[in-house]
Design a protein around this ligand. Sequence first.
Ligand SMILES: CC(C)(COP(=O)(O)OP(=O)(O)OC[C@H]1O[C@@H](n2cnc3c(N)ncnc32)[C@H](O)[C@@H]1OP(=O)(O)O)[C@@H](O)C(=O)NCCC(=O)NCCS
Length: 166
Amino acid sequence: MALETERLILDEWRVGDWETFRPIATDAEVMRYITGGVPWSDEQVRRFVERQVEMQAERGYCRWRLAKKEDEATIGFCGLGQWREERDPEIGWWLARREWGKGLATEAARAALRDAFERAGVRRVISVARVENAASIRVMEKLGLRREREFELEGLRLVRYGGERA
Ligand SMILES: CC(C)(COP(=O)(O)OP(=O)(O)OC[C@H]1O[C@@H](n2cnc3c(N)ncnc32)[C@H](O)[C@@H]1OP(=O)(O)O)[C@@H](O)C(=O)NCCC(=O)NCCS
C-alpha cells in the first residue's frame, strides 16, 4: 500500500531499496543530530530498510519511503517506528538535504499520522529529538504534538513530544 499527499508518495520499502537511501544516511548534515554526523554503514542502512519491511508486515505501519510524485526517487523517510523501549510508536523523518525547507516533512508527517490513527489503529504517538534539532521540533509543533519532557540519554539532551488520536 501507499499514501499520497499533494507532492509526495509515502510508499512501502522493498529490501532492494536500501541503496537509494544510502546517500541520505551517509550525508553528515542529515546525520548531524542523529549520530553526530557519522554516516551509517551499508549494514546499518540495509538493516533499517529490512526493519521497515518487517514492521509493515507485523504492525501495519512503518517509516515510509518518501518519494516525490514526479519521479518516485527516494528522498527520505517519514512515519512510525519503535524508539528504544517506549510503549508508543515514534514518528520520525529524515529528508535529503536538497529537499529541506519546503514543508515536505510536515506534509508527509500529517499523512503518516492520519493513517496511523485512522487505519492502523494507533492511539498515541511520541516523537523524540535532540534539543538542538530546531527544524525537527518545529515539525512536531506544526503537527500539533505537545512537548512532554526533556531528558538526558547517553550524554545528550533530548525532548519528547506526544499526541493522541483525536
Ligand atoms: C527535520 C527535517 C526532516 C525537516 O524537514 P523539512 O521538510 O525542512 O521540514 P518542514 O519544512 O516541514 O518544517 C521545518 C520547520 O522548521 C523550521 N526550521 C528549519 N530550520 C530551523 C532552524 N535552524 N531553527 C528554527 N526553525 C527551523 C522551518 O522554518 C519550518 O518551520 P515553518 O514552517 O514554521 O517555517 C530535515 O531538516 C532533516 O531531514 N533533518 C535531518 C534529519 C533529522 O534530523 N531528522 C529528525 C531527527 S529527530
